[in-house]
Ligand binder design. Sequence first.
Ligand code: ASP
Ligand code: MG
Length: 401
Amino acid sequence: MNTIVMKFGGTSVAGTEKLKNIANIVKNHLSNNKIIVVLSAMAGETNKLQSYLDEFRSQNSIESDLVLTSGEQVTIGLLSAALKNLGVKSIPLLGWQVPLITDENYENAKILKIDKKRIEDYLIDNDVIVLAGFQGINLNGKITSLGRGGSDTTAVAIASAIEAERCDIYTDVEGVFTTDPNIEKNAKKISKLSYEEMLEMASTGAKVLHTRSVELAMKNNLTLQVLSSLTKKTGTFIVNEKQLIEKEIVSGVSYSRSEAKVTISGILDKPGISAKIFGLMSENNINVDMIVQNISQDGVSANITFTINQKDHDLTKLVIENSQNILSYKSLLLDKNVAKVSVIGMGMMSQAGVAEKMFKTLAKNSINILAISTSEIKISVLIDEKHANIAVKSLHEVYNL
Ligand code: ASP
Ligand code: MG
């Protein structure tokens, strides 16, 4: 007998009517399978819990994870009840009841171990396990959470542990689109994507899957499907690169408005200065993304520009200002009105001219490029935020998406 894993996100479980709908979807998949259902909390619940915690902010990590993971307890209990009402043998399980063992890292814990045998035992007497996503227990017996959005990772981890053929992630969109349909109404659902493309899309702004879940699926060669809980349509499959018959040169255009640009001007152009700046950033846990350095005309001083997440804006400003004596720069400028637009595609590896087309298209629309970064399968540009929509639309068109 096969076991399949179905994960439902916050918008799919927000309210009793939706949970009843899911109970029916699950029941309909039961014919020849056992099922493990992984659930998020109802949409907005975890944010609400987080806002309560914000009033008690200090290093209360044990309490944070205990509170943050409570939304999932509600949804799994209700879904399991709904399944029983339909005559399905179901058992609701919290992370610690599996147990799903994690490390000590509260609010961003990594999964260390899932007991496959215990899951199989639960499935002897039950046809469905309804498992709380996003949570686990550490070796000290404390409840942990996997980081916001982490129930995707729970689903992938459990599917990998039981060697499921596939893991289906149900959400409120029909799959992964060539770009955000809210910006470009001609955006299309992508039928197949490689793990690498999905990872690049997730890290450049597409908010479909928890990045760690894709990394884990890639490591275990587990096929994912992102699909809607509201329609019966096939979704987007995320697969091993070898399963892609045709490698698209560009599969999608993503964007993010959550960046901030930092420019430090008039720093000394000598060895060790960049190491100092980025050393400061990493000491303070500030993630740096794009970096551009240029030498000023006098040949003595240089300017450095880099991007950070907007949430680190104030901390970055403080850290650099406090190090004025070490860095002895002339001026510091931070700007939140920037956006990062990226084009992503596996075919880029073997095809020239993708960057040229991108830069030409932006130039034609009088959009100035502030910074560039690339990987083998991605080109990102930083631009003024006010041009983000037009950049996305025109790139979507020029690559025939
Ligand atoms: N409920 C958690 C969150 O909102 C986990 C999840 O939904 O994936 O972050
Ligand atoms: Mg999610």
